[in-house]
Design a protein around this ligand. Structure first.
Ligand SMILES: Cc1cc2nc3c(=O)[nH]c(=O)nc-3n(C[C@H](O)[C@H](O)[C@H](O)COP(=O)(O)O)c2cc1C
Length: 201
C-alpha cells in the first residue's frame, strides 16, 4: 500500500521541507555501497523529499544553486521520480513533483529484475537544449559527469539515512524515453534505484 499522499487527480505534489539525517560525512562515505535487493516498502514522503533535495535540490535560494555541480552551471539534468503510482519530474526550484504519467513504469527504468519492485527509481535525463554552446562531442560526456555527481549525492544521502541504492547505466533508453514522453533532445544518462533492503550492511 502506498504511504505517499499521492493524489493523481492533481498533477502536482508539493514536497515537505527536506530534513536530512545527522550522520557525518565520514560515516556516510564509510557506508556508501551499491545494493541490488530491495524490499517493496514505499518511502515516506519525508524520505522522498530528502532524496530529491540531496540529488539536485536548491541549496542556495539566492542564486538557485544546486546540491550537485553542473558543467558551466547549465543544470541540464532533469530528475524523474518513477514510483508504483506514476512518474514525476522533480522541480528543484519549487521543490515539488510534477506528474508526467500515471501508472507503474518502474520496470521500464532498467533491464535488471529488481527495478520493477524498488519503490523509487530516479532517472537522470540530460536536456541538451540547456547545454548552450557545448561542442557536439562534449555533450554526452559532460551530461554523464553531471548525472554522476547527482548519483553520488543520492548514494551519500542513502548511506546516511540507512536506505539502499544502486546507480544504473543498463537501461533500454529508447523504450524508457518513449515511456516518459521525452523529446529527442532529452537523453537518458543514468537511473538509480532507491529503497530499503533486508540485507545487513
Ligand atoms: C556509471 C555507472 C553505471 C553503473 N551501472 C550499473 C548497472 O547498470 N547495474 C548495476 O547493477 N550496477 C551498476 N553500477 C554500480 C556498479 O556496479 C558498482 O558501483 C560497482 O560494482 C562497485 O560497487 P559499490 O558501488 O558497492 O562500491 C554502475 C555504477 C556506475 C558508476
Amino acid at each position: 500500500m502506498s504511504i505517499l499522499p499521492l493524489n493523481l487527480d492533481s498533477d502536482m505534489l508539493t514536497l515537505p521541507a527536506p530534513r536530512l539525517q545527522a550522520a557525518t560525512l565520514e560515516e556516510a562515505l564509510q557506508r556508501r555501497c551499491s545494493t541490488r535487493i530491495f524490499l517493496p516498502d514505499s518511502l515516506s514522503l519525508e524520505e522522498l523529499s530528502a532524496v530529491l533535495w540531496a540529488a539536485f535540490g536548491v541549496n542556495r535560494p539566492e542564486s538557485g544553486g544546486r546540491t550537485a555541480p553542473s558543467a558551466r552551471g547549465w543544470q541540464e539534468v532533469l530528475v524523474y521520480a518513477v514510483m508504483a503510482e506514476g512518474a514525476w519530474r522533480y522541480d528543484g526550484q519549487a521543490h515539488r513533483l510534477d506528474l508526467v504519467k500515471a501508472g507503474d513504469l518502474r520496470a521500464a527504468t532498467g533491464v535488471q529484475d529488481f527495478v520493477g519492485s524498488a519503490p523509487l527509481n530516479l532517472v537522470y535525463v540530460a536536456d541538451f537544449e540547456r547545454m548552450h554552446d557545448a561542442r557536439e562531442e562534449d555533450r554526452v560526456f559532460l551530461a554523464g559527469v553531471d548525472a554522476g555527481c547527482i548519483a553520488e549525492n543520492v548514494y551519500l544521502y542513502c548511506a546516511a539515512a540507512g536506505l539502499a541504492t544502486v546507480v544504473r547505466a543498463l537501461i533500454d533508453r529508447r523504450n524508457l524515453a518513449q515511456a516518459l514522453d521525452l523529446k529527442p533532445t532529452q537523453r537518458i544518462a543514468l537511473a538509480q534505484s532507491i529503497g530499503r533492503t533486508g540485507l545487513i550492511q
